[in-house]
Design a protein around this ligand. Structure first.
Ligand SMILES: C[S@@+](CC[C@H](N)C(=O)[O-])C[C@H]1O[C@@H](n2cnc3c(N)ncnc32)[C@H](O)[C@@H]1O
Length: 198
């Protein structure tokens, strides 16, 4: 287990004692997704690091199949209490017990923002394995173009644009431009959404 994985497990367990994940205006979220021409309609989706299911109401309405995974049982308990029929499961680390090429779309919001690039590489390799060949990954980062080193502050990592792009190329992903910064409040603030395809 890496240091960041260990820290994430502790942090999110503690965090879940009060459900502090701020709400998301689902109508606004839906509008942003539409404006970005992201198509979730009738797709099977893996919500990687699903948390308490903040975006579940949107996905469950539009996607064909929804499945969430998360490393924190306490967070999943909150998810279950809100949405008893949602399908999700606890994972222990970077290995995900799901067959190859299982999902059309993988959504990963505000997870890589808590890891150094070496761990992101491990997670992306695993996500690539379970993504269908014509599938897409949507993942968010806090990016800076001008850093000399990745920057970590209270559990959040700011990553260098160039390093992230090098990693995508190394793993065989193509990145769609333009990158999109969600302008909404709270946890959505200033995260850059990236669309990856093989
Ligand atoms: C900021 S929350 C975001 C939750 C959700 N994506 C959302 O936007 O509401 C980060 C979540 O990622 C989960 N997480 C952290 N590391 C993970 C990992 N390696 N694999 C899966 N989930 C992880 C945490 O337990 C936490 O629920």
């Amino acid at each position: 287990m890496t240091l960041a994985l260990e820290e994430n497990k502790k942090y999110w367990k503690q965090f879940s004692q009060e459900d502090r994940m701020c709400g998301i205006d689902i109508n606004l979220f839906e509008k942003l997704i539409e404006d970005l021409f992201i198509n979730f309609k009738n797709k099977s989706i893996l919500d990687f690091g699903c948390g308490t299911g903040r975006i579940y109401p949107f996905f469950s309405k539009i996607c064909k199949d929804y499945f969430g995974v998360d490393i924190t049982q306490e967070v999943l308990n909150l998810f279950k209490a809100k949405y008893p029929s949602a399908k999700f499961s606890l994972i222990e680390g970077f290995d995900i017990p799901i067959n190859d090429e299982s999902f059309d779309v993988i959504w990963c919001w505000s997870v890589f923002t808590h890891y150094p690039i070496e761990d992101i590489e491990e997670m992306l390799k695993e996500l690539k394995r379970i993504l269908k060949k014509d599938g897409k990954i949507y993942c968010s980062f806090i990016i800076s173009e001008n850093l000399e080193e990745d920057y970590q502050e209270v559990g959040f990592f700011t990553h260098r644009q160039q390093k992230i792009e090098e990693l995508f190329t190394k793993l065989g992903f193509k990145l769609r431009y333009p990158k999109i910064i969600f302008p909404t409040e709270g946890f959505m603030l200033k995260q850059t959404l990236m669309e990856l395809r093989l």
